[in-house]
Write a protein that binds this ligand. Sequence first.
Ligand code: FES
Length: 257
Amino acid sequence: MENTAQLPIPFGWYCVSLSRDLQPGEVKPLRYFDREMVMFRTEAGEAKVLDAYCPHLGAHLGHGGKVTGENIACPFHAWEFSGEGVCKTVPYAANMPPKVANGKPCIYAYPTVEKNQSIWVWYHPEQIAPLFEVEQLHELHSDDWTDISTYEWTFRSHIQETAENGCDAAHFMYVHGNQDVPKGEVKHEGFQRHAHFVSKAPEIFEDGTFDTTGTLFRDSFLDTSSNGPGQTWQRFSGVFETFMMGTVTPIDEKTVH
Ligand code: FES
């Protein structure tokens, strides 16, 4: 997909990692929003995300950078930066260089939170502070549910196309095997959209198999929500009880993860 409409990357909270994939002291390069970034977890356990390039001579902090306490040290000359993008130490200098002095951030720090077993960053093209919050989903903070299974894809598309799929009730019949086009009720609350769909789905038997005769059906319910462009969740019930969180994170204007 070539993004001929030249759609921009919209602001919102986007998932950049599962929490379990970033251990204390670990540093990883990231590329999302057409930007190079670095993600690290401090020794105290906080996840931080900064723009990648060191303000000294431009080294990429995500390739060889090391966590030192609550900071990340550049691989080139070991200047240390906090998770707020403030230079804390220039280890060999008697005085702080003016460009990083006075405790002012010198690298952009992305607002970062951990919820739902995931690390989220706020992206805004003009670096405006968050306008809403990541929705905390109780299924992902509960011992009543199994461990999560994860599935991921990277493909060429603009995030608007994946969002439009959530409004497309007709494809359920032709792609997902529903017996009819689900009837939906939709409501909007701030940056959230919620839809409740009811349709007929093939009966499922106790051994886990489906009716294939095309004669046995039962009501199937789907409650699907989105919170800005990057976070969606679905609760399926009626035929089976399943919870799914969908995260869509733009890599650039033509590719999503
Ligand atoms: S390039 Fe990062 S400290 Fe010199």
